[in-house]
Every structure is written in C-alpha cells, then in structure tokens.
Design a binder for this molecule. Structure first.
Ligand code: ATP
Ligand code: MG
Length: 369
C-alpha cells in the first residue's frame, strides 16, 4: 500500500526545510518500518503499517493514495471505480499541481474530473459533499486520495536537538516528556529511584512508562540514579527545606547529564501551584540552581487536563500503580514558600559537589528500543 504524509509547520522552515523533511523521512522509516521518500511537499510512504504514522511527530495528516498517469480520462475511471465502493452521491473534487508546466489550472482539472463523475450520476456539492476527492499532480504522476487521517502534528523528533527530561513515577512527567518530543526534541530521561540497585529500577514500571512513550520517537534513553547517595549525605537538613534542596540536586544532576549528552534544556512535569514544590516561591528557590534552561510544558495545565493527555498517550494506568517514589520519602511537611537565601545557606552545609559526582558515578542507563 502507498500513503501520502502531509506536514504543516515544516513547510515554514525556509532554507532548513530539507533538514526537517529528511528527519521526518528517517523517523517514519524507523518508527513504522515502512519505506519513505520526499516528493515535492509530500512524503511518499510504502508499506503495511499506516496506523503507526499516528505516532510520528511532524505528520499532520496521512492518506492512502492511488497513483496514476496525468490523464483526465484515466483519473476519472480510477476515481469512479473507488467511489463505487463508497456510500454517498454528492462529491467535490480538490485538485492541486506542483508541476507548473501542465497547461491546465487546478480549477480546470477539478472541473473536468467533476464532469466525468457528474456523467456517471454523482452530483456536485461544494459545501458539504458526501465524498471528497483529492487529486494532486506531482512529478509527472497523479496522486488520488479520499480521506485525510489526522497525525500527531508537532515537529520531527530530533529536529530541535536534545533535552534531558526529569522522569518520576507520577502522572505528570511522562506527559511533559511527550510534549518535549512533540516539539522535536530527542529526549534523554533521568530517573532518581528509591531502590538500592539500578537493576531493580531498570525493570520497574518506569521501564514500562518509557516503553509506552517510546512509541512516539525512534529511540529513548534513560539514566537511573539511586536516591540513597543523596539521602545519606543530607542528614540533619531542616525538614521544611528538604524538598527544595532535593529539587536543586535533581536539576544539578540533570545539568551534568545535559553537558555529557550535548543536551540544551531540562524538562519537568511541574504545573504551577499543583503541590508545595510548585508554588512560585518554590520554583524561584530552585530554578537558579542551574544555568540550563528549564522547560515546564505543563505549567498552565490543570491536573484533569494532564490526566486526559496521560490517558491518551497510554501512561496513566502505569503512573497510578503503586511505586515508591523518592519524593514520597522526603518531608511530609515542606515549606510552601521556601526563601532562596535560606535554601542557599542550607545547601552550603551539605557536600553538594561530592553528592553529584558520586551520583553520576553510580548512574546506569537503558535505551529503548
Ligand atoms: P509527577 O506526577 O510527574 O511525579 P508530581 O506532581 O508528583 O509530578 P513532583 O513530585 O513535585 O510533582 O515533581 C515535579 C517534577 O520533578 C516531576 O514532574 C518530574 O519532572 C521531576 N521529578 C520528581 N521526582 C523525580 C525523580 N524521582 N526523578 C526524576 N525526576 C523527578
Ligand atoms: Mg512525582
């Protein structure tokens, strides 16, 4: 079977357009196992896995196509034989031509095909046709399709560069990770876990979450770091400030992994005001721990909206299963308005550099697939 892939935003990229298109071709091939190639403003895909195109960012729509010569009679015949298999008696023809050397305008082409269909008993309906017929003249061939199926939109994964996404066992961070991919980021996750050994975390539900979001990208890598290294070095920190300090540690770790991987930003699943660590004051006290930009795609979403997306990307059920997250070990009563100066004073009393170095030393990683 042959399919057309259409893309929106990539079309706006000017000189960089071939780069985005090639990335999209590469990702389609990797993610769907189908063959793909560029043809003037479209991507032609061949194979038997069209449903997987719904997971390839950069695809705005796709359509099953019929290919034929640029001969109106032949096109008319092909269209009619397909329409006989469909319900409906009214139609509209939409034509376009990338080949500008054709003597007819697209309006003329539509009209001539419309006439053939009219003579076969179909009526034209410009406002609300039962059957829409799309006819595109490209590179000496005619491509015909009837139905455009919606893709996930966004930009091809990898076209925006790399980021490190902080992934927990909760509902929000798989969603923020998905949003990073949607805007074209190749994502490297970082998960700090409460097990003694990385091996356990690597086999936990985090792996299943990664597997589900990996449907949306060619490949995803995740680093695992045990929480005990941090925990054993911060004994005696006032309970109220534990959470802010831990979050500064998370960001500092993420920044180091950014440096190692050539990533340019950190993604988190924070949503303003959702919990104590996500008040403006908390974000202020934690944000300046690193120079790397911190992206918070969920900042303006309500929990219910995030849950809706989590269900859509099939991570929700995994997120709500029992898991010992390290944030649940930390302080039951954190300050909702930790002052930056106090947090900095407290941070001076712990060997943060050493904790980070030891943590990185203990890190392991997996790649899916
Ligand atoms: P989530 O549902 O994603 O767990 P949350 O509402 O529980 O989020 P927090 O626990 O405050 O919020 O965490 C905020 C963000 O910090 C998470 O969305 C995630 O990006 C990051 N984060 C939290 N815990 C961890 C962890 N153990 N390892 C890596 N990142 C984490
Ligand atoms: Mg959490």
């Amino acid at each position: 079977m042959k399919y057309f892939v259409m893309y929106n935003e990539i079309g706006l990229k000017g000189k960089n357009r071939p780069f985005f298109e090639n990335k999209l071709v590469e990702n389609i091939e990797k993610q769907t196992g189908m063959r793909a190639r560029r043809i003037m403003g479209r991507i032609l895909v061949e194979g038997n896995n069209p449903k997987k195109l719904k997971y390839v960012f950069g695809v705005s729509h796709y359509a099953k196509i019929i290919v034929c010569d640029q001969d109106i009679e032949k096109i008319g015949k092909k269209v009619l034989s397909e329409m006989k298999k469909m319900k409906g008696k009214t139609m509209k023809v939409f034509s376009s031509r990338a080949d500008k050397d054709i003597p007819k305008t697209s309006i003329q082409i539509s009209r001539e095909i419309g006439e053939i269909l009219f003579n076969a008993g179909y009526k034209g309906n410009m406002k609300n046709p039962d059957i829409s017929i799309f006819v595109e003249f490209i590179g000496g061939k005619t491509y015909i399709y009837f139905e455009k199926i919606k893709g996930p939109g966004g930009l091809p994964v990898g076209s925006s560069g790399k980021v490190v996404s902080l992934l927990s066992g909760g509902i929000d961070s798989p969603v923020s990770t998905w949003y990073a991919m949607k805007r074209g980021c190749e994502v490297i996750c970082l998960h700090v876990h409460a097990f003694k050994e990385n091996k356990k975390a690597e086999k936990s539900k985090i792996k299943d979450i990664l597997k589900n979001i990996s449907a949306y990208c060619p490949s995803i890598k995740c680093y695992f770091i045990p929480y005990y290294i941090y925990q054993s070095n911060v004994m005696g920190v006032p309970e109220k400030f534990e959470l802010a300090l831990f979050r500064r540690y998370l960001f500092k770790l993420a920044e180091k992994i950014c440096e190692k991987e050539g990533a340019k930003a950190i993604y988190t699943g924070e949503s303003l005001g959702q919990v104590a660590s996500q008040t403006l004051e908390s974000i202020y006290a934690v944000n300046e721990s690193v120079k790397t930009p911190i992206m918070r795609p969920l900042i303006g979403f309500d929990k219910q909206e995030i849950i809706c997306t989590a269900k859509y990307i099939d991570t929700y059920n995994l997120s709500i299963t029992q898991y010992k997250d390290c944030c649940s070990i930390i302080a039951r009563h954190p300050a909702t308005k930790p002052k930056l100066e106090r947090v900095l004073e407290i941070e001076k009393t712990v060997p943060m550099e050493k904790i980070i170095l030891n943590s990185l030393y203990e890190a392991s990683s997996i790649q899916i697939p």
